[in-house]
Ligand binder design. Structure first.
Ligand code: NAI
Length: 250
């Protein structure tokens, strides 16, 4: 894909799953990658994997709900690679499965802090650096739970709906300054998040059964879309939500 080579990409939640796949795809297309995550062991492994395939990557231990961490993540891109062109704001947690009346208050706070405040803070830190460099492309990660409701995971659903609203607003605010902002809403993707909950989570099982393509999505299928959205093939695309769900919400 044109327009990715020699650029700099930050990927949050890069240790496993979708973020890991996206980090590899950005590197395969020639971008230098800042891989950010709370999971140090797997995050360092992501960076090593990229280096072993001849790419450039730096891991930064980052909790996206912590403003100082997020600023340090963006500073790493500038200090190590000279700027920031792309961001894939993907870090997220599902939280506990309970009907709203039984949801622990601390679960609401934790899920909103990581999934929604994390995306807000990431964009807040990334945008000024992209403006300094003359523009950029941001791809946030929502979910089909950002489009429709899902029982038992109200904080997650709220965070993912909010991510779409943040994306549209940032797209409007910075469209005149060379920054495109889009959001991907994946369906059920085969990652540790789903594997961890699939056994006991009826909602996940129902979602898999309701996917017309009859399978889980692959992390690489989301990574491909993220890289495409940053490429020269997508220069007229902003403020858009890309539902990639095997037909689930059709
Ligand atoms: P995952 O659990 O494999 O990856 C999430 C990554 O985020 C992990 O590496 C984790 O360590 C990291 N993370 C968690 N909290 C963090 C924090 N505070 N700061 C920095 N990193 C943190 O799960 P998956 O599936 O790859 O999820 C990636 C994104 O995709 C999430 O935002 C998730 O909500 C979203 N998504 C996933 C779907 C699926 O079916 N797997 C469906 C729809 C959306």
């Amino acid at each position: 894909m044109d327009g990715i080579n020699d650029k700099v990409a930050v990927v949050t939640g890069a240790s496993t799953g979708i973020g890991h796949a996206a980090a590899l795809r950005f590197a395969e297309e020639g971008a230098s990658v800042v891989a950010a995550d709370v999971n140090v062991e797997d995050g360092e492994a992501t960076a090593e994997e990229i280096e072993e395939m001849g790419g450039e990557a730096t891991f930064v231990e980052t909790d996206v709900s912590d403003w100082d961490d997020v600023q340090a993540m963006v500073d790493t891109a500038v200090d190590t690679y000279g700027g920031l062109d792309f961001a894939f704001n993907n870090a997220g947690i599902e939280g506990e499965n309970e009907a709203l009346g039984d949801q622990p208050l601390e679960n609401w706070e934790q899920v909103i802090d990581v999934n929604l405040k994390g995306v807000f803070q990431s964009m807040k830190a990334e945008i000024p650096v992209m403006l300094d460099g003359g523009g950029g492309s941001i791809v946030n990660v929502s979910s089909i739970a950002g489009e429709v409701g899902f029982p038992q995971i109200s904080p997650y659903v709220a965070s993912k709906h909010g991510t779409i609203g943040l994306t549209k607003t940032a797209a409007l605010e910075y469209s005149g300054e060379g920054i495109r902002v889009n959001v991907i809403a994946p369906g059920v993707i085969e990652t540790p998040m789903v594997e961890a909950s699939a056994e006991e989570n009826e909602t996940t099982q129902q979602a898999i059964a309701a996917t017309p393509l009859g399978r889980l999505g692959k992390p690489e299928e989301i990574g491909d879309a993220a890289v495409w959205l940053c490429s020269d093939d997508a220069t007229f695309v902003t403020g858009e939500t890309f539902v990639i769900d095997g037909g689930y919400t059709s």
